[in-house]
Design a binder for this molecule. Structure first.
Ligand code: SF4
Length: 71
């Protein structure tokens, strides 16, 4: 079951760690912020690693029950 992925654009500084871990899920857009291009572009473990890689905790993950799974 894929996570629901929310990027807080006010926190994101476009560092790109998330893109580095999961390039098929995240992309840096024209404003230099991360956007989700495909929430099913990687398995759950990889998406969790991508969220953990963000030094600004700009990525929040919700599980299939709507519960916050990360951070
Ligand atoms: S790692 Fe965090 S700060 Fe960097 S682009 Fe991804 S969401 Fe933005």
């Amino acid at each position: 079951m894929p996570y629901r992925i929310v990027v807080d654009r006010s926190k994101c500084q476009g560092i790109g760690a998330c893109v580095g871990v999961a390039p098929d899920v995240f992309e840096i857009d024209s404003e230099g912020k991360s956007v989700v291009i495909n929430p099913e572009g990687a398995d759950d473990d990889t998406i969790l690693q991508a969220a953990e890689a963000c030094p600004l905790e700009a990525i929040t993950l919700y599980d299939e029950n709507g519960e916050q799974a990360y951070p």
